[in-house]
Ligand binder design. Structure first.
Ligand code: KIV
Length: 270
């Protein structure tokens, strides 16, 4: 099914989807050609993630990505997209120094074509999130495994397994919601912890490696197309398997997220 007759996505519509139990299908996207293809295939949200440092630039982590690079890729995605909601990542070093630094850089991303910005972490980010929201900049939080803290976290590990860690995660998420963030990505979190968060939080919770019960799912585009070298993480499914082309793979992703077929807790959950 071609989706080009759909209306531009809005924050209000995303909130309606959460209330109605319609799952949000999100993928990362870094250029105009894929923005066009993903939008046509019915992807609700395009994330210009700083994962571009790994899948586009070949770095071992997201840490080297600069503001200029995220701006460039956001402009490319905005030109190719028509109706999807576009989120752009504030990269490492672009918001950690001060709220003023975060506001300045978030404005640059919004001017490049983003509809919302994403930043990682809880606690110390809360005043920044509140300031951005007060200034009309929608914010998506990112908790659980936060790739910009890969070294502090000791590698790519599931977060929130211990009850005390799950409690901190829940507290951080509640604070972000109270600061006005309408959306939260949770990465590498046990399915039971994610289920509890989604049941209680007044915001859209989008999971990556967080089980089937989130309000939506996100994957790195290159992972779900089977393009990332090496063994994929447990939560990734290669949607190119059995698909005749990339458009079909993406349409199947949208369909399987919306119907709840993907992710399958037994295969993809923690
Ligand atoms: O940068 C990115 O692609 C992300 C996803 C892993 C959620 O933050």
């Amino acid at each position: 099914m071609r989706m080009n007759s759909r209306k531009p996505m809005t924050l209000h519509r995303l909130e309606q989807m959460r209330a109605a139990g319609e799952k949000i299908a999100m993928l990362t996207c870094y250029d105009a050609a894929f923005a066009h293809l993903l939008d046509e295939a019915g992807v609700d949200v395009l994330l210009v993630g700083d994962s571009l440092g790994m899948v586009i630039q070949g770095h071992p982590s997201t840490l080297p990505v600069s503001m200029e690079q995220v701006i460039y890729h956001t402009e490319c995605v905005a030109r190719g997209n028509r109706n999807a909601w576009v989120i752009a990542d504030l990269p490492f070093g672009s918001y950690q120094e001060s709220t003023a630094q975060a506001i300045e850089n978030a404005i640059r991303l919004m001017r490049a074509g983003a509809h919302m910005i994403k930043l990682e972490g809880g606690g110390w980010t809360v005043p920044t999130v509140q300031s951005l929201v007060q200034r009309g900049i929608p914010v998506c939080g990112h908790l659980g495994f936060t790739p910009q803290s890969v070294h502090a976290l000791g590698g790519y590990r599931v977060q929130g397994r211990e009850p005390s860690a799950a409690e901190i995660l829940r507290h951080d998420a509640e604070e972000l919601a109270a600061a006005g963030a309408p959306m939260l990505i949770i990465e590498l979190v046990p399915s039971a912890v994610a289920r509890d968060l989604c049941a209680h939080l007044p915001m859209s919770v989008v999971g990556i490696g967080a089980g089937p019960d989130c309000h939506g799912q996100v994957l790195v585009l290159h992972d779900m197309l089977g393009l990332t070298p090496g063994r994929p993480p447990r939560f990734v499914r290669n949607f190119m398997d059995g698909a005749s082309d990339i458009g079909e793979a993406v349409r199947r992703y949208v369909q399987d997220v919306k119907s709840g077929v993907y992710p399958d807790d037994a295969k993809h959950g923690y």
